[in-house]
Design a binder for this molecule. Structure first.
Ligand SMILES: [Ca+2]
Ligand SMILES: [Ca+2]
Length: 305
C-alpha cells in the first residue's frame, strides 16, 4: 500500500515538473517572439527614416542639376545608380529614372479628353517595335478617352468590360498609374510585362526626352527609324546626350512629332531599397521638377517597386 502511494507521489511530482517546464518554455518562446516583433518594428522605422533621408538628398541633386545644366541626359549625376551604400546595420540601394524617356499613356488624349491621333500612331509603332499587338493602342485610347463610344476598328468601351467576369468599367479619364492598362481588353500578363518598362502615366502633354528614351521609344518616333538607326542614335547620345536635337531629328521625324521631343525633363522617379538586419523595405516616389528646381512628389508608395 505504502509503495503504491509513493508511486502516485512520484508520478504527481513528475507531472508537476513537466507542467512547470512546459510553462517556462512557452514563456521563453513568447518573449523571444515579442523581442523579434519589436526589433522588426524598430528596424522598419529606421529603414523608413533612411529612405526619407535618401529622398531629400536626391531632391537636392535634382534641384542642383537644373541650376547647373539646361539639358537632362544619362551621363548626369542623378542618373548614376547607387551601388549598395552601407548604412548603420544594413545597406541602401537606389536609382533615379527620367520618366520622360517613356511613352506617356495620358498623351493619348488631348485637354478635351478626345483621342490624340499623333500619340495614338506613336503608341501603335511602339507596340509593333516591342512585338505586341498594335490594336492595344486603340483599346488603351478608348480606356482613357472621355467618351463611351468604341473607336473603329480597334477599340473597347464599357459594353465589353461590363460583360467580363467580374465586370468593370473603363477609366474614361487620365490614368494615375500605367499599370491600369493591364486591365484593357485582350491584355495578358506576358504582353504587359514587355510593355511596362516603356510606358508611364504622367499629366498629359509631356514631350519625350530623346536623351533618356528607351531604344523602343526612340524607334516609335517615326516609321522610318529602324533598329539600326536606333542603335546609331544611342551611340551618338552616349556622352552627354544629343548636342542639337533639332539637327539630329529634323530629317528623321514628321514636323508634328518634332514638336513632341525635348532634351530635358520634369518628371523623375526614385526607387529605393533599404535593408536593416533582416528587414527590407522598398520605396518609390515620382517628382515633378518645376522652374527653379523645386521638386514636388506627385506619387509615393512603400513596399512595391
Ligand atoms: Ca540636367
Ligand atoms: Ca472611353
Amino acid at each position: 500500500m505504502k509503495t503504491k502511494q509513493a508511486g502516485v507521489a512520484l508520478i504527481t511530482a513528475l507531472l508537476i515538473f513537466a507542467l512547470v517546464g512546459s510553462i517556462a518554455a512557452n514563456l521563453a518562446w513568447d518573449s523571444a517572439l515579442d523581442l523579434r516583433r519589436t526589433m522588426v518594428l524598430l528596424y522598419r522605422d529606421q529603414a523608413v527614416q533612411v529612405a526619407m533621408g535618401a529622398e531629400s538628398w536626391v531632391r537636392q541633386i535634382l534641384q542642383a542639376d537644373l541650376q547647373d545644366t539646361d539639358t537632362d541626359h544619362l551621363g548626369e549625376i542623378w542618373a548614376t545608380e547607387l551601388p549598395g551604400l552601407p548604412i548603420d546595420g544594413g545597406e541602401l540601394f537606389g536609382d533615379v529614372e527620367d520618366l520622360q524617356g517613356r511613352f506617356n499613356v495620358n498623351n493619348l488624349i488631348d485637354d478635351a479628353g478626345n483621342i490624340d491621333e499623333t500619340a495614338l500612331e506613336q503608341f501603335r509603332r511602339l507596340l509593333v517595335v516591342l512585338g505586341l499587338d498594335p490594336r492595344f493602342a486603340g483599346i488603351a485610347a478608348d480606356w482613357i478617352d472621355a467618351d463611351r463610344d468604341a473607336a473603329f476598328p480597334d477599340g473597347a468601351e464599357d459594353p465589353i468590360y461590363t460583360g467580363l467576369t467580374p465586370p468593370y468599367r473603363a477609366a474614361n479619364q487620365p490614368l494615375t498609374s500605367a499599370s491600369e492598362l493591364a486591365a484593357i481588353e485582350g491584355m495578358d500578363k506576358a504582353s504587359f510585362d514587355v510593355l511596362a518598362p516603356h510606358i508611364v502615366a504622367l499629366p498629359g502633354g509631356t514631350p519625350i526626352n530623346v536623351n533618356t528614351a528607351t531604344p523602343a521609344v526612340l524607334q516609335s518616333l517615326d516609321d522610318g527609324i529602324t533598329a539600326t538607326d536606333a542603335e546609331r542614335l544611342l551611340g551618338e547620345r552616349e556622352e552627354g546626350g544629343f548636342g542639337d536635337i533639332a539637327g539630329t531629328f529634323s530629317s528623321l521625324l514628321q514636323p508634328e512629332m518634332l514638336n513632341r521631343i525635348d532634351d530635358k525633363s520634369s518628371f523623375f522617379q526614385l526607387k529605393l531599397s533599404v535593408r536593416i538586419a533582416t528587414v527590407r523595405i522598398s520605396y518609390s516616389s515620382i517628382y515633378q521638377r518645376g522652374a527653379g528646381g523645386s521638386t514636388v512628389p506627385i506619387l509615393r508608395s512603400f513596399g512595391t517597386i
